[in-house]
Design a protein around this ligand. Structure first.
Ligand code: HEM
Ligand SMILES: *[C@@H]1O[C@H](CO)[C@@H](O)[C@H](O)[C@H]1NC(C)=O
Ligand SMILES: *[C@@H]1O[C@H](CO)[C@@H](O)[C@H](O)[C@H]1NC(C)=O
Length: 317
C-alpha cells in the first residue's frame, strides 16, 4: 500500500517534470513576439530552393549537424576567428556543409521584422522543414523556442557526427547515443534522398566494394577518377536527388547506395526489413521522417534564460 502510493506520487512527479521539460518548446512560441517569423523563413527558403534545389538539402543537413553536436543550439553557425575555433573546420563539416548565406539572409530579415527575437537555432529547425516541403516531402510541426549557444565544440563535432565509412553497428551506436532507435536511424538516413556528396567520400566504395551495382559504379567513375577530382559531386540518391521521395530506399535494395554508410542499412543486417518497408511505402517513410525530425529538433535545446538570441548567427553577441 504505502510503497504503491509512494510509487504513484513518484510517477506523477515524473510525468509533470517530463511535461514541463517538453513544454519549453512550443509550435506557437513566436505567435505574439514575431507573428511573421514562419512566413519570412518559408519565403526565403522557397526563393533559395528555386534558385538552386540542392540548397534544400544543404539546409536540412545544417540542422542535423547542429543538433547532433551538443544539441540544437546553432553552434555550427559560429565562424572561427583569431581567438575562437568553432565547428566549421571539423572533419564532417569542412569543405562540406553549406547554406550559411541563406541563413544570414533569413536572420537579417527577421532582425528587421522583430529585432532580437528569433533564434538562429530555430531558423535552422524551420528551414530544414521548409526545405523538405519545398522539395516535395511532407510537412511536420516544428517546435520552437530554442536559444543560441555562446560556444561551439570542434571536438564534439568530430566525435558525434557519424562517418560515411562506418559499418552498421557504428551507425546504430552513433544514433543510439543520441536516443534514436534503429528505425529512426533508417528514417533519418532517408534525408539522403536529396543532395550530393563528394568523390572523396564515395571513391573507395565505387572502386573497392563488391556490394555495389556495377553499372552504377561504372557511371560514377566517369566523374570520380581513382585519383583526383576529390570535390566532384554525385547525387546521394542515384535516381532523384532533387526530390524528397523514398527512391533512396529502393536504390539501396538495388545496391545503389552512394556512401558505404548508406548501403550498410541494406547489407544483410538488422535494418534490411525497415529499408524494404520504406521502399514499398512512401507515406510511412514521410510520416516517420517528420516524427524523427521533431525528435532530433528536441535534442538538448537551450531554453529560458540559457544562451542568447544572436543578432548575427555567425557571432556571439
Ligand atoms: C546516418 C549517418 C549519416 C552519415 C554517415 C552521413 C554522411 C554524409 C556525407 C558524408 C555527406 C556528403 C558530404 C560531402 O561529400 O560533402 C552527406 C550529405 C548529406 N546529408 Fe548526411 N549523413 C548521415 C545522416 C544524415 C542525416 C540524419 C541527415 C538529416 C537529417 C542527413 C542529411 C544530409 C543531406 C541533406 C546531405 C546533402 C547535403 C548537400 O547536398 O549539401 N544526413 N551526409
Ligand atoms: C582499395 O583498397 C586498397 C586495399 O585496401 C587500397 O590500398 C586502395 O587505396 C583502395 N582504393 C581506393 C580507390 O580507395
Ligand atoms: C570571435 O568569435 C567569438 C565567437 O563568436 C566571439 O565571441 C568573439 O567576440 C570573436 N572575436 C573577434 C576578435 O572577433
Amino acid at each position: 500500500m504505502a510503497s504503491s502510493h509512494l510509487f504513484s506520487s513518484f510517477s506523477l512527479t515524473l510525468l509533470i517534470l517530463i511535461g514541463l521539460a517538453s513544454a519549453q518548446l512550443s509550435p506557437n512560441f513566436y505567435a505574439s513576439s514575431c507573428p511573421r517569423a514562419l512566413s519570412i523563413i518559408r519565403s526565403a527558403v522557397s526563393i533559395a530552393v528555386a534558385r538552386e534545389r540542392r540548397m534544400g538539402a544543404s539546409l536540412l543537413r545544417l540542422h542535423f549537424h547542429d543538433c547532433f553536436v551538443n544539441g540544437c543550439d546553432a553552434s555550427i553557425l559560429l565562424d572561427d576567428n583569431s581567438t575562437f575555433t568553432g565547428e566549421k573546420t571539423a572533419a564532417p563539416n569542412a569543405n562540406s556543409v553549406r547554406g550559411f548565406d541563406v541563413v544570414d539572409t533569413i536572420k537579417s530579415q527577421l532582425e528587421s521584422a522583430c529585432p532580437g527575437v528569433v533564434s538562429c537555432a530555430d531558423i535552422l529547425a524551420v528551414a530544414a522543414r521548409d526545405s523538405v516541403v519545398a522539395l516535395g516531402g511532407s510537412s511536420w510541426t516544428v517546435q520552437l523556442g530554442r536559444r543560441d549557444s555562446t560556444t561551439a565544440s570542434l571536438n564534439a563535432a568530430n566525435n558525434n557526427l557519424p562517418s560515411p565509412f562506418s559499418d552498421l553497428s557504428a551507425l546504430l551506436s552513433a544514433f543510439s547515443n543520441k536516443g534514436f532507435t534503429a528505425k529512426e536511424l533508417v528514417a533519418l538516413s532517408g534525408s539522403h534522398t536529396i543532395g550530393q556528396a563528394r568523390c572523396t567520400i564515395f571513391r573507395s566504395r565505387i572502386y573497392n566494394e563488391t556490394n555495389i551495382n556495377s553499372a552504377y559504379a561504372t557511371s560514377l567513375k566517369a566523374n570520380c577518377p581513382s585519383s583526383g577530382g576529390d570535390n566532384n559531386l554525385a547525387g546521394l540518391d542515384a535516381s532523384t536527388s532533387t526530390v524528397f521521395d523514398n527512391a533512396y530506399f529502393t536504390n539501396l535494395l538495388n545496391n545503389r547506395g552512394l556512401l558505404h554508410s548508406d548501403q550498410q542499412l541494406f547489407s544483410g543486417g538488422s535494418t534490411d526489413a525497415q529499408v524494404r518497408a520504406y521502399s514499398s511505402n512512401s507515406a510511412t517513410f514521410l510520416s516517420d521522417f517528420g516524427n524523427a525530425m521533431i525528435k532530433m529538433g528536441n535534442l538538448s535545446p537551450l531554453t529560458g534564460t540559457s544562451g542568447q538570441i544572436r543578432n548575427n548567427c555567425r557571432k556571439v553577441n
